[in-house]
Design a protein around this ligand. Structure first.
Ligand code: UN1
Length: 513
């Protein structure tokens, strides 16, 4: 791993050959299994992380529960100051962390930096928000009464994140939860554990420098069994989980079973509708970045292009010729557009999906395949592929986390395109390319897109942190990041105060003693 400054990045982030996977600091943890992290970039071992045992987990929960008692009493703007310092540290470590993200996950270095930028941005957002955790005041129906609401922290928030955004999604959750007064326990994906340790190191340094107790920021590691400790744990009022719909259904059921709250950000099956009035150049940029960015492994990746028949061939040719320019290779080399996908299991799923689309009657127009030879030794580099397909195909209805784009044709009005776009189980991101005001407004109207994100003349991926991020249907309904997403990390309390010497009852009830 000598190339591209990876070794010095690991060092700067405080990573060792074997890392504690269960928080950091003074706790003495028992010896869990070892998780080995191999890079999809070159197949080499990056490092090892100790998995969290049940005993470790209980120590973490005790530490977190007791830290909450301190943290919750700190005024929110002072908590914001801690998050500001965390954002500053991220600015210092941006290159190193961006590199690690690229090397452990496989996305391009530019996208790795972009992910760290999202972390910095959410910290800034959270700092401002720490002075704006507003509740409403209401007018009481009774004389001499005052009524208002306030938001209090929930307690310990559990965060389960996915490999595709190994650092940013945690930051969206934790930065907001912290300013809200919550403490967090984070289980990163077992495919990107080193990113988790690196973030924990950065955060722990900030908390320690401010003489704050351990336990405000906690890390645990392992597979679904470790996640299960949190979903079953009544000490965790909110579990925020990002990942597959299959995982989300299990989390939702488990957490709801104990009447906890869950915040789910699950699969997408995102489409761009390309109408006769679309700007073709913009469409190509949006569609190609959406489909091959992060090697097709964003929740917001463009999976389907729904193209009007009058411009179908033109758009198809333009997208194919853009695909011919793509350079696939080491994502740390900034000349490449597309890096590897996460592991060999993902490669298998990619191959299966391509077989399936052909079996169902699809027509491959940009050939896929696994790359071999020099630079591709990890076996995780695949060619972004395009297939002409039908929306009704089983495989098109399914989210495959790989760079496969389906071309679908529609005729008639935009409502026909919308029927296809909405005709899937997922509801995360959607887009329309058009210069026609009527089409654009129809797409955004109540009869339009059923997704949590609906864009005009922008692709499906690359949402800004300032908006609420998430989607409907099988995407899980949760909203993270901007807007008023913070409210889910707090409990709302309605307060009514009587400052008279009478006790009038609500609803006009007379109760004479
Ligand atoms: C995800 O893929 O889980 O909109 C998150 C985007 C990014 C976040 C994606 N801001 O593509």
């Amino acid at each position: 791993a000598a190339s591209f400054g990876i070794e010095s990045a690991l060092k700067e982030l405080g990573l060792k050959d074997i890392n504690e996977g269960t928080s950091t600091g003074s706790n003495n943890f028992s010896n869990g299994d070892i998780i080995e992290s191999y890079s999809p970039v070159d197949g080499k071992l990056i490092g090892k992380v100790k998995a969290t045992t049940k005993e470790d987990y209980n120590i973490v929960m005790q530490t977190a529960t007791s830290a909450f008692k301190t943290w919750r009493t700190m005024p929110a703007p002072q908590r914001g100051e801690i998050v500001r310092q965390f954002g500053e540290k991220l600015r210092e470590k941006k290159e190193a962390l961006g590199k690690l993200v690229s090397y452990e996950m496989g996305k391009s270095y530019q996208e790795g930096l972009g992910e760290v930028q999202e972390m910095i941005d959410i910290c800034d957002f959270a700092v401002g928000l720490s002075r704006q955790l507003h509740g409403l005041t209401m007018h009481s129906e009774r004389p001499g009464h005052r009524m208002y609401e306030q938001y209090h922290p929930l307690g310990v928030v559990g965060i389960i994140s996915a490999f595709n955004f190994p650092v940013a999604v945690w930051a969206w959750n934790t930065a907001l939860a912290w300013i809200c007064g919550d403490v967090c326990v984070w289980k990163p994906s077992e495919k990107t554990p080193m990113c988790g340790v690196a973030c924990q190191n950065i955060a722990a340094e900030v908390f320690a420098a401010n003489n704050l107790p351990e336990g405000i920021c906690n890390l645990i590691n392992g597979d679904y069994k470790v996640g299960e400790m949190m979903t079953k744990d009544t000490r965790i009022p909110l579990v925020s989980a990002t990942g597959s719909t299959r995982m989300g259904k299990i989390v939702a059921k488990e957490v709801a079973g104990r009447l906890g709250k869950s915040l789910l950000e699950l699969g997408g099956n995102n489409a761009i509708i390309v109408t006769p009035d679309a700007d073709i150049k913009m469409t190509v940029i949006g569609a190609v970045f959406g489909a091959v960015g992060t090697a097709g492994q964003r929740c917001t990746s463009t999976r389907r292009l729904i193209i009007h028949d009058s411009i179908y061939d033109k758009v198809k040719d333009a997208v194919i010729s853009a695909y011919n320019q793509l350079r696939i290779g080491n994502p740390l080399d900034e000349n490449n557009h597309v890096g590897p996908i996460i592991d060999k299991d993902a490669v298998k799923m990619y191959q299966d999906a391509l077989d399936k689309v052909v079996k169902e009657g699809g027509n491959i127009v940009v050939e896929g395949g696994v790359l071999e030879g020099e630079g591709y030794e990890s076996g995780c580099y695949v060619k972004p592929a395009i297939a002409e397909a039908k929306n009704s195909f089983e495989i098109v209805q399914h989210e495959t986390f790989a760079p496969i784009l389906y071309l679908l044709k529609y005729s008639g009005g935009v409502e026909n395109a919308l029927e296809m776009q909405n005709g899937v189980a997922q509801g995360l991101s959607s887009a329309i390319m058009t210069n026609n005001l009527r089409e654009a407004e129809h797409f955004l109207s109540v009869q339009g897109s059923d997704c949590g994100i609906a864009n005009v003349n922008i692709g499906t991926s690359g949402a800004e942190i300032g908006g609420a991020f998430g989607g409907e249907k099988e995407t899980g309904g949760g909203r993270e990041s901007g807007s008023d997403a913070w409210k889910v990390y707090m409990r709302r309390q309605t307060n009514t105060i009587n400052y008279t010497t009478e006790l009038p009852l609500a609803q006009g009830i007379k109760f004479n003693l």
